[in-house]
Structure formats: structure tokens, C-alpha cells
Write a protein of this length. Structure first.
Length: 142
């Protein structure tokens, strides 16, 4: 099973982030431009939280608020579930399932080194399953 480190090597470790003082509108605009569903919130060079489309839907839209008037810090999720580069894809899948999150920031000690999404994890699981199927087919046809 692949590790988070290997996933990041394949997909890249680009991190899209925003400051907690930015407006929610700015966050949504950046997510739309980058075609992503969440941004890490960085304050003083450290991970302070995460803001997702889900946060926007549940904490802004459903309350009849406006994204221009609200700051990222007001709706971000502060208790962020993180993973270490040595953790496996299976461990991450368990976390996203049990914690009901879609994005896992990757921390190597105090250093933020990347993000893996549920999409990244599912892609890895499918790739591994396809390889297993090919190996089994080869074994059967020998």
C-alpha cells in the first residue's frame, strides 16, 4: 500500500492557502480559479484551519449571510485532521470515512508539506485494485 509521501510525489505538493483575515468571497474565488474544494488557512506561517465549500454552504448560505461580509476565520474549521507522510492510503481512507472530512493536510513535524484529498486517495485505491486485477489475470492465464 502506498504512503502519503508517495501520493504527494505523484500528484505534487502544491498547497493553496488563504489568510484568516480574507473574506469568504476571496476564498471562494480562489477555490473556483484553482478548481479545488478547500483551502488551508495559514496564519503566522502555521496551519490555523481549513475552509471548504462545505463550510460555506453550511455556515454562510444556510444562515442567509453574504460571503463579502464574512471573514475566513469566522467559518473555517479550526480542528483540522492531519496526517504524516509515512501514513498509508488505507489509514487515510479510514480517517476521511470516520472523521467525515475530504481533505487531509500533510504535516511532517511542524512543517506543512502538502494536502491529500479524498479524490487523491480514491484514485490510489483504484490504481492499486487495477494492478491487482492485472496480476491475477496474468496468473490465471499462465
Amino acid at each position: 500500500m502506498k504512503t502519503v509521501r508517495q501520493v504527494l510525489q505523484s500528484k505534487g505538493s502544491t498547497i493553496f492557502s488563504i489568510a484568516p483575515e480574507a473574506s469568504v468571497f476571496e476564498a471562494l474565488k480562489l477555490m473556483a480559479e484553482k478548481e479545488i474544494g478547500a483551502l488551508l488557512v495559514i496564519e503566522g506561517g502555521k496551519l490555523a484551519g481549513i475552509i471548504s465549500e462545505r463550510d460555506y454552504a453550511r455556515k454562510v448560505i444556510l444562515h442567509g449571510k453574504f460571503s463579502h461580509d464574512i471573514l475566513v476565520r469566522d467559518i473555517m474549521t479550526e480542528k483540522v485532521v492531519t496526517v504524516h507522510p509515512s501514513q498509508t492510503v488505507d489509514e487515510c481512507m479510514t480517517l476521511v470515512t470516520n472523521k467525515r472530512v475530504r481533505h487531509l493536510p500533510v504535516m511532517d513535524g511542524e512543517k506543512l508539506v502538502g494536502v491529500v484529498s479524498i479524490g487523491d486517495l480514491v484514485k490510489e485505491v483504484i490504481t492499486e485494485q487495477e494492478q491487482t486485477i492485472k496480476q491475477l489475470e496474468f496468473y490465471i492465464h499462465r
